[in-house]
Ligand binder design. Structure first.
Ligand code: ZN
Length: 365
């Protein structure tokens, strides 16, 4: 009996092994997620909106950004945009901010608001992910620039002037009415002045070419295009021409490259790969220099390419950039240091020299 029992147990074990083996082999074939080689500072995602409209949770959701994916991607900082749909106003904006605040309280042990470069580094030292707050489009401000002070109180430090249509502040690159695409209004100029005064980074993604020119002229501080691609590779008004890219770089600014397939390529949405995203990054490096390119995923607001579907895959991109021949230091710049440099410079008044001197961790620039 004992022998028979033993043989039966072995047979069962072998059967089990045979059943599991194909799965194990298939899993072995799959390229494993590489070990993190750098950190990530992403300049744009729409996860808060998904939280408000679909009840997504920051801890875990079916989208591209949640705490597990951010941790897996070795994120230093994630920017959360407050984006108000066309029918929503100031009240809707407050609702978005309430959702963001709720998450920050709920997951206090894992993530926390950062309003300066130093605070990003503080979150890192605490073992937490830094959450940066931005607004995408000033339309919900009802044409009142002074409301920017309220945004500042909430912790907003990146100020997106406009969205898909022009508003009381600035012309949009995609406004069907060409006249409205013109530059900043008087209120828009006031918004730029206030951003400079308070220490908020202006964001020209979605803005018309003329707005980019005027911000470059008016703003005392460097600025972001938080989620924009290269027009030279994909002809779309929403993308930045080489002239715009050079202008942003000449003012010390940074462009976060968008993962949205519709801005990356003319190819059908489902066929665009991560390599096309790499092409946009490398084009911008060529045009602006490596000190001015960053990441602006637009996750949870737009469809990303294959192989770069969520925050947990960001380290794959870092490896791709190394494969392109960039040095580890240059990869670090693109993945997080450039965004951190400009964010630090602008948010900590009175000036960049003092800000950078105050940074305790790492100072490779
Ligand atoms: Zn956008």
């Amino acid at each position: 009996m004992r022998i028979r029992g033993h043989v039966t147990a072995v047979a069962v074990a072998l059967l089990l092994l045979a059943a599991l083996l194909p799965t194990a082999l298939a899993a072995g074939k799959k390229k494993p997620n590489p070990a993190p080689i750098t950190r990530v500072f992403d300049l744009h995602c729409d996860t808060v909106y998904q939280g408000v409209t679909k009840g997504w949770d920051l801890k875990k959701n079916k989208g591209a950004v949640d705490l597990g994916k951010l941790r897996k991607g070795a994120y230093l900082a994630q920017t959360f945009a407050l984006w108000t749909p066309p029918m929503g106003g100031w009240t809707y904006l407050k609702k978005l901010n309430h959702k963001f605040e709720t998450w920050m309280t709920q997951y206090d042990g894992k993530i926390g608001l950062a309003t300066t470069g130093q605070e990003i580094l503080d979150r890192e030292a605490e073992g937490r992910i830094a959450a940066v707050l931005s607004i995408e489009g000033l339309r919900p401000l009802d044409g009142e620039p002074e409301k920017i002070r309220a945004l500042y109180e909430w912790g907003v430090r990146i100020l997106g002037l406009t969205w898909w249509k022009s508003n009381e502040f600035a012309g949009s690159s995609t406004d069907p009415d060409e006249e409205k695409r013109a530059g900043l209004t008087e209120k828009g100029r006031e918004a730029v002045r206030l951003a400079n005064e308070l220490g908020m980074v202006i964001d020209v993604s979605h803005a018309s070419d003329e707005v980019v020119r005027q911000v470059a002229e008016l703003s005392e501080d460097p600025f972001f295009a938080t989620h924009s691609c290269a027009r030279a590779l994909k002809d779309h008004n929403r993308n930045l021409s080489d002239e715009m890219l050079k202008l942003i770089a000449s003012r010390g600014g940074v462009v976060g490259v968008n993962t949205y397939v519709g801005f990356l390529s003319d190819d059908p949405a489902g066929t665009v790969k991560r390599s096309t995203y790499v092409d946009h990054v490398m084009h911008m490096v060529g045009v602006m220099g490596v000190d001015h390119v960053a990441l602006g995923s637009d996750f949870d607001g737009a469809k990303p390419p294959m192989g770069l579907k969520h925050a947990g895959q960001m380290q794959l991109l870092a490896h791709d950039l190394l494969d392109e021949g960039l040095s580890q230091k240059d990869v670090d710049k693109i993945m997080y240091l450039n965004a951190l440099r400009v964010f630090s410079q602008v948010t900590a008044k009175p000036g960049p020299a003092e800000t950078l001197a105050g940074l305790a961790w790492p100072q490779p620039w």
